[in-house]
Design a protein around this ligand. Sequence first.
Ligand code: ZN
Length: 287
Amino acid sequence: MSWLRAFTLLLLNVLAVSASAYDYDEEFDAANTDTWPVIAVIIDDIGNRLRDGERAVALPGPVAYAVLPHTPYGDELARAANGLGKEIMLHQPLQATDNNHLLGEGAITLDQSASAVQATLVENLATVPFVVGINNHMGSLLTRHPGHMRWLMQAIKQNGSLFFVDSVTSGQSVAFTVARESGVPSIRRDVFLDSVQSEEAVAIQFARLKQHARQQGYAVGIGHPFPETLGVLEKELPRLSGLGYRLVSIQSMIERQTDNAKIDTTVAPPRFESFQRNASSKQHPEE
Ligand SMILES: [Zn+2]
């Protein structure tokens, strides 16, 4: 895609987002917080860098942290976040179509049997304390395979009452559907905040996260401990309640959905913002 097309799309996106943000600010019922759209934010890829991890852990409110297994600072950062009352998730590496050299230790791959999947998950959980849920690191290949997803969900169920968040790193992911079928409480990622690492791009994605929340009543955003992402979240998270949004934990968002409604698992997963990804040379390997 040419830079001109990418720029045009970006500009349209900015205009659309600012218009809808204005509309909502005029409307929300300040007195009745139960009617406010809810937003949850997960910071992925915690564990390899201490300073960025500490800054992420200090974000205000019930932000969740997805910690990579077998990492030098995973244990320390999980303990720090738990001490602040935050949710800890295991960021389970799953085989991707590309860039598998970035999976790190503890990956689940297509050549593993059901018992190998189970053993890998148990080993990984032993390296991250206080885990209440799991989401996938990469996984654009493995999340398309219902058989392996079923084995993973069975392994998750055997390790206590953990929830699963489908990071949706592939449009063909069946992870959410299989999780639900397997009886694992589950939700899907709506917006990646930092496929492009610039404060402008992250701010646009955060506005898009709010837009999703207004449209469907809730929205899950995933970001990474990049300085640009953390800079935007440090500014935006404290403003949410003044704008009529509630920042909630993943656990309470899933519980709220289970209480409220039968989720339609046939709804198409969120689309990718490929023009933004193409517009940057600094990409991260979630896919
Ligand atoms: Zn990741």
